[in-house]
Design a protein around this ligand. Structure first.
Ligand SMILES: [Zn+2]
Length: 233
């Protein structure tokens, strides 16, 4: 086999290895975490904070209602149990009771509003928690698959490296250096096939002398235009 074909084969192995490395980088990136799960956890955190705030409001209003009820009960008792006979004092108790009851009514109205918010906040928290749970279950499966993929790709890369080393041994150090240099400078395509008398790397027509030389198995010929190594056929 001509050296050019050996170099072309090496380029094939390098392409394969590059694809494996790109796939591994993608898997490793995805293993960093599921952005949807991160977002769902953030939403759950917010829903929990909102629910906590509504519950604090509820407790505060219930305390207010209780505090007022504790004030109202003894006043009502005094008003009706006959212990107070003075009409002026009775009227004052009545006024006081009206004020307290009105105040309690306002707190009770607020409490009703808060209780309806509590239902919505509880439902929102439940939905957010269910979403997190679902995504966590998915992630457990997905990350297991990704770890498995990473192992498989690492194995494949190790095998590709061995193949590459074996192939490299067939090529002269000078040609190998030329190939490495071209691969770096020419976007990974160091060896270009000839087609219809032109270089497929740059599409420029090749002089007959260059083509003839490229068909001979003893030479490693470069395209005069793009410098790529020319492979016949
Ligand atoms: Zn060219």
């Amino acid at each position: 086999m001509s050296e050019v074909l050996d170099i072309l084969t090496l380029q094939g192995f390098d392409d394969e290895a590059a694809a494996l490395h790109a796939a591994l980088a993608d898997v490793e990136q995805r293993l960093l975490g599921d952005p949807e799960l991160v977002e769902a956890r953030r939403v759950l955190g917010e829903a929990e904070a909102a629910l906590k705030a509504v519950r604090a409001d509820q407790r505060r209003l219930e305390d207010e209602v209780e505090r007022l009820s504790d004030k109202i009960a003894p006043e009502e008792k005094r008003l009706y149990d006959g212990s107070v006979r003075n009409p002026k004092e009775l009227s004052s108790i009545q006024h006081e009771l009206q004020a307290l009851t009105a105040q309690r009514g306002r707190f009770e109205d607020q409490l009703l509003e808060v209780l309806s918010k509590l239902e919505a906040a509880t439902n929102a928290r439940q939905a957010a928690a269910a979403k997190v749970q679902e995504l966590e279950a998915n992630w457990a499966k997905q990350s297991q698959q990704l770890r498995h993929d990473a192992l498989r790709l690492n194995d494949a890369i190790a095998r590709a490296d061995l193949k590459r080393e074996a192939q490299k041994a067939k090529i002269s150090p000078r040609s190998f250096q030329m190939y490495e240099d071209l691969r770096r400078r020419k976007g990974g395509l160091a060896v270009a096939r000839m087609q219809g008398g032109a270089c497929t790397g740059c599409r420029v027509s090749l002089p007959d002398a260059v083509r003839r030389k490229a068909f001979s198995p003893v030479f490693v010929v470069q395209c005069p235009n793009c410098e790529r190594i020319l492979a016949a056929g």
